[in-house]
Design a protein around this ligand. Structure first.
Ligand SMILES: *[C@@H]1O[C@H](CO)[C@@H](O)[C@H](O)[C@H]1NC(C)=O
Length: 167
């Protein structure tokens, strides 16, 4: 299986697990770790979630210095991404609270230096990554709903797992 397939496979599994987890109840100390060793300049992440929590980690792809950290932050999505040439932060639209217990879909597409965040198929925000690096190197795995105590300088001290997804 090629590395790209493995990554897609991982994501597929991940969405499945996440839907299962959110169909039941997902507590702050629960997390899912998927093994992934990938380095790619093309990545797509699609997820669906519903919650009443304003803050929590949804998804983390962790590398040595590279990372892809998707959180719900004050009811909005916040993506922090570093491909090795500095961090960029993307937010979902101001004024739309996503912690309303309705299902929301998120798609994040990374193609070389371009990153686009699409919420509910109609709201787009994008950003251009700085510098020469355009591969996401994520040797330290994919995490869902919590970081499992992973210790990285780039992770915020107060990083909480996803408090609870109501199913
Ligand atoms: C990145 O975005 C710019 C501006 O929107 C576009 O012109 C360019 O073709 C994009 N590059 C890739 C690789 O998608």
């Amino acid at each position: 299986m090629s590395k790209k397939k493995l990554w897609l496979h991982g994501l597929l599994w991940w969405s499945l697990l996440f839907e299962l987890a959110s169909g039941a109840s997902f507590y702050g100390d629960g997390f899912v770790q998927l093994k992934a060793t990938e380095s790619s300049d093309h990545n797509t992440l699609r997820i669906r979630f519903r919650t009443s929590s304003t803050n929590g980690l949804l998804f983390l792809a962790a590398g040595q210095t590279d990372y892809f950290l998707l959180e719900l932050h004050a009811g909005r999505l916040q993506l922090k991404l570093d491909l090795g040439s500095g961090e960029q932060v993307l937010h979902s639209e101001r004024g739309t609270q996503l912690n309303d217990l309705a299902w929301h879909s998120v798609e994040i597409r990374h193609v070389q230096h371009n990153v686009t965040l699409t919420v509910d198929k109609n709201s787009h925000t994008s950003v251009k990554m700085p510098g020469s690096h355009q591969d996401l190197n994520i040797l330290d795995g994919l995490y869902v709903g919590g970081s499992g105590g992973l210790d990285k300088l780039y992770l915020p001290r107060n990083l909480i797992g996803f408090p609870r997804l109501h199913g």
